[in-house]
Design a protein around this ligand. Structure first.
Ligand code: GAL
Length: 425
């Protein structure tokens, strides 16, 4: 196993100062300097941000197939990502979720890919995905089991598992939070324990020398947004999403609150997309895609890519909306109005444009109105508003109003076309 100097230095921070040897498992325990955070906790350095300078995009089968994912299904999804044009639109990661490995480790303590569903192990699947020019992601749990209870967790084996993932060619790790033996950490809060465990896995990943996007899937009770930005590329802000409008709205309203925590290289995650799974209308799925993109959320499709309808494909591959999500400035959009469920969100973009979402959360069609001043744009200029769902453009110097269907959005990219003519001509 290659061990970088940084990892050597950081590796013992937690081991030496927090005394958590049970979680380190097999692998080197190098010598170290410490990093002290506000509040006195110890943590490693931030994950290398260049790995996720824009929110990660890809696919994960959990929302559609739960834990029933096998090698053939992953390979079919990877092929479909390419043939559907989604790869060209920016979707890069093909990710396993829980259930790929057996309930118990082998006598060497290694995770065992399920021989029925992954007969050749994981590496050939990763190789297949890489051969298509895509990247490969895997799932593990910080605790003793995965969250579905089907498989071994990584607790006690972080270094060993990170090394295995790196040797298989893993590019992305979703690190879930189930069966944590909290009794091993007397007198520590669950949030502090979450921080320590995430820091340790970040160090174990760093020690492999392989760039791996680190997705911290801790529970909202542990407020991961308050500490995970130091050690990971994305962190959950919500409970699991379900394929229902109310669930999507819940995750939107709880993710949008944390907009100050998102930054280049580290993103709030309101959970994977449900678009195309059948429990919402296409209008509602369009709302999900617009809101997630306005919030600079990771865009991880969760549908059956092989049997995707043209409507689903059109939503997932709207490149104008994706460009808002992937904007290089990396700001999460934020609300400037939400009264009565009539939301106005604004997202500054790198070239000076604004992305604006008017979201009608209610069950009745409404006209939602805002102004350039409310959006934070200078007055006295003429603006062009391009509707990102139908491509039409209109001008405005002040008031912006649109008829928005129940549960729907209107999404604009607003740019200036120069000073407005005060005579109105
Ligand atoms: C949950 C997680 C889901 C999925 C599931 C697998 O904890 O939030 O996204 O990974 O476990 O059982």
């Amino acid at each position: 196993m290659a061990i970088t100097a940084t990892a050597m230095v950081v590796g013992l921070i937690v081991a030496a100062t927090v005394g958590l040897s049970p979680v380190w498992g097999a692998g080197p325990r190098p010598v170290v300097a410490t990093t002290t955070l506000r509040g006195g906790e110890q943590a490693g350095p931030p994950a290398p941000i260049a790995l996720a300078m824009t929110p990660p995009m890809g696919w994960n089968g959990f929302n559609r197939f739960y834990v029933r994912v096998d090698a053939a299904r992953v390979e079919a999804a990877a092929r479909a990502l390419v043939s559907s044009g989604l790869k060209a639109a920016g979707y890069t990661y093909v990710n396993l979720d829980g259930g790929w490995d057996l309930h118990d480790r082998n006598p060497d303590g290694a995770l065992q890919p399920n021989p029925k569903t992954f007969p050749g192990g994981i590496k050939p699947v990763a190789d297949f995905v890489h051969a298509l020019g895509l990247k490969f992601g895997i799932y593990a749990s910080a605790g003793l089991r995965n969250c579905a209870g089907t498989s071994a967790g990584s607790y006690g084996h972080y270094w060993q598992d990170a090394a295995a993932f790196a040797s298989w060619g893993v590019d992305y790790l979703k690190f879930d939070w189930c069966a944590i033996p909290y009794h091993d950490f007397p007198h520590m809060s669950h949030a502090s324990i979450g921080q320590v465990l995430a820091s340790q896995m970040a160090q174990a990943i760093a020690a492999t020398g392989r760039p791996i996007v680190f997705d911290v899937n801790d529970w909202t009770d542990d407020s991961p947004w308050s500490w995970a930005p130091r050690v990971s590329h994305m962190w959950r802000t919500t409970p699991d999403i379900h394929d229902r409008y109310a669930s999507m709205v819940w995750n939107f309203t709880h993710n949008v609150d944390h907009f100050t925590m998102a930054r280049l290289g580290g993103w709030n995650d309101p959970d994977m997309l449900e678009i195309g799974n059948g429990g919402m209308s296409n209008l509602e799925y369009r709302s999900e895609f617009s809101l997630w993109s306005e919030m600079a959320a990771p865009l991880i499709a969760g549908n059956d890519l092989v049997a995707m309808s043209p409507a689903t494909q059109a939503i997932l591959s709207n490149t104008a909306v994706i460009a808002v999500d992937q904007d290089p400035m990396g700001m999460q959009g934020y609300p400037v109005a939400s009264a009565g469920g009539h939301w106005v969100l604004t997202k500054p973009l790198a070239n000076g444009d604004r992305a604006v979402v008017l979201f009608n959360q209610t069950d009745k069609a409404a006209t939602i109105t805002t102004t350039v001043a409310q959006l934070g744009l200078p007055a006295g200029l003429e603006y062009v508003l391009v509707d990102l769902w139908n491509g039409t453009a209109k001008d405005s110097t002040g008031v912006i109003a649109a008829a928005v269907p129940a549960h729907g959005v209107v999404m604009y990219r607003i740019s200036t076309s120069g000073p407005s003519d005060p005579t109105g001509r």
